[in-house]
Design a protein around this ligand. Structure first.
Ligand code: GAP
Length: 503
């Protein structure tokens, strides 16, 4: 059995080797938590974007898109609450000089206790074999019960400290739990301080005269400040939504797990404006609708779960995460929040401009309520990529690595391969390739044996390999090899396009 860490290493190196994701600035030894997408990665990423964009703006009549600037007036971040409250609690180890998130140190400690339970379960499973009853074991093992009680107690104390913003309490808990720095092994910690996650820069040609502005930490505020423009110019009637895809920047203290937590990343967000009092109904609608989108990619529903928030942010009256089972466990992939009228009201207050909607159906003016769906593009990439990565042992004893990507997302939909480089086969294959190119991203390849070419396309997730052989020259038929089953079918060239669409 491959450990989580090894599996993750494999995914990261596969992503690099096959041109999906490169560490940024690698030539200069990289830049922490920043990544570049290579030729195959950018195709996969664009396909995810298109799939989301079409679902939101084409399949929903009342959703339109925008593309707002990364730079925005600094007052926007004051109004949104990011200047004062977009913080993580950080702590430094005085010996290693390394910086950590205090909350993550405690969460990791809890995860270690959970790991002990998993080890107990694995041992018992081995001991009892087929007769093992997991539920009964968890309920009766004194050792497991002890660990679970520790976890419950810690979780409660931790949540109380975070909610009370008790930084001293967080440090005391780290000391009490004997948490050591993974680098120096020491418990020589500084006090816990709040650290604002926004990147700041200056605008203007003379820095003395210039104002501090921020790189946006979310795309959502670009939507809120354009609410009036979009509603008026599009003559939008409530309920309606505004969607946006774009870069966001956060100075994450602990940036790890590859493209899961980055300092520069992309979000796909949609703010849905509705009449006050209807927001819960829309919240439920978007909760289901967004899960449906994930499931439409063909990934089994067991890989997703909702995590309803018990403690709500001050602006929200309902919130849930759609979590995905990443190689390192279930983690947030998308957030769905009912944000009330908080954002529009704050922008009304800080800008001094009226942001109201006149609802002719009820003859009333009000500040619309808003339900937000916010998904990380890079996290979706990681979810799809890690789920697709498969190592298979074949009947002849060899091994293949195949990316079982959803067909609609694969960098190439098909590859056209002449079996040999003679007898007019390459010319015929090139012609087929040209014909398919206008419908699908198609790759022509003639180098190496056919087996090696199949493997290369398996590794980048190409769903169909079309092989041109001597029979093609006689009867205009080709073989189509299916990536996941490796089965081949003979198809007439004139049927190829429809066949690929329908499969
Ligand atoms: N406007 C709401 C908002 O920004 P969030 O939960 O902070 O909410 C939304 O972010 C989504 O953005 C997350 O569910 C996650 O998928 C993605 N995301 C957040 N921080 C990220 C990071 N540092 N790296 C990659 N993706 C991130």
């Amino acid at each position: 059995m491959v450990s989580t860490e090894d599996f993750f290493k494999k995914i990261t190196s596969h992503a690099k080797e096959y041109g999906f994701v490169f560490p940024s600035s690698e030539l200069y030894d990289g830049l922490s938590a920043v990544y570049d997408y290579g030729p195959n990665g950018v195709e996969l990423k664009n396909n995810i974007k298109n799939y989301w964009w079409k679902f939101m703006t084409q399949m929903h009549e009342n959703i339109v898109g925008i593309d707002s600037a990364v730079f925005m007036h600094p007052k926007i971040w004051k109004a949104s609450g990011h200047v004062d409250a977009f913080n993580d609690p950080l702590i430094d180890n005085k010996d290693s000089k390394k910086r950590y998130r205090a909350d993550v140190l405690i969460e990791d400690h809890i995860a270690k206790i959970e790991e002990k339970i998993n080890k107990e379960v694995a041992k018992a499973q081995k001991r009892f074999g087929d007769g093992f009853n997991m539920e009964q074991f968890l309920a009766t093992s004194e050792r497991v019960k002890g660990y679970q009680a520790q976890i419950d107690d810690l979780r409660k104390r931790f949540a109380d400290l975070m909610n009370a913003n008790d930084l001293k309490g967080l440090k005391d808990l780290i000391i009490e739990l004997g948490i050591v720095c993974p680098i120096s092994g020491s418990r020589n910690w500084t006090d816990v301080r709040q650290f604002n996650l926004m990147f700041a820069t200056k605008m203007g040609s003379l820095s003395e005269e210039s104002d501090v502005i921020y790189l946006r930490p979310e795309t959502a505020q670009g939507i809120f400040v354009n609410y009036l423009n979009v509603q008026k110019t599009g003559r939008m009637k409530i309920p309606f939504g505004i969607a946006q895809i774009g870069k966001a920047f956060r100075n994450e203290i602990v940036a790890r797990q590859f493209i899961f937590r980055m300092r520069e990343f992309e979000q796909m967000e949609m703010e849905f404006f509705c009449r006050p009092g209807t927001e819960m109904q829309w919240f439920e609608y978007w909760k289901q609708e967004r899960l449906n989108w994930h499931l439409s990619l063909g990934i089994p529903k067991e890989k997703y779960r909702y995590h309803d928030h018990e403690k709500l942010a001050h602006y929200a009256n309902a919130a849930t995460d759609i979590e995905f089972e990443f190689p390192f466990g279930f983690k947030e992939l998308e957030g769905i929040h009912s944000r009330t009228d908080f954002d529009l009201k704050r922008h009304q207050e800080y800008s001094g401009k009226k942001i109201q909607y006149f609802d002719s159906e009820i003859n009333e003016s009000y500040t619309p309520y808003c339900v937000e769906t916010s998904i990380g593009l890079d996290r979706t990439f990681l979810a799809v990529f890690s789920y697709a990565y498969t190592e298979e042992k074949l009947e002849d004893g060899s091994q293949r690595v195949v990316l079982k990507l959803p067909k609609i997302l694969a960098p190439y939909r098909c590859a056209v391969l002449p079996l040999v480089n003679k007898d007019g086969l390459p010319e015929k294959a090139k012609q087929i390739c040209e014909d398919l190119r206008s419908s699908f991203r198609t790759h022509y390849e003639e180098k190496d044996t056919i087996g090696k070419r199949y493997r290369r396309h398996d590794a980048i997730g190409t769903p169909f390999c079309i092989t041109v052989d001597t029979q093609t020259m006689e009867d205009e038929s080709v073989t189509v090899r299916h990536r996941d089953t490796m089965q081949q079918e003979r198809i007439h060239i004139s049927q190829l396009k429809n066949y690929i669409i329908e499969q």
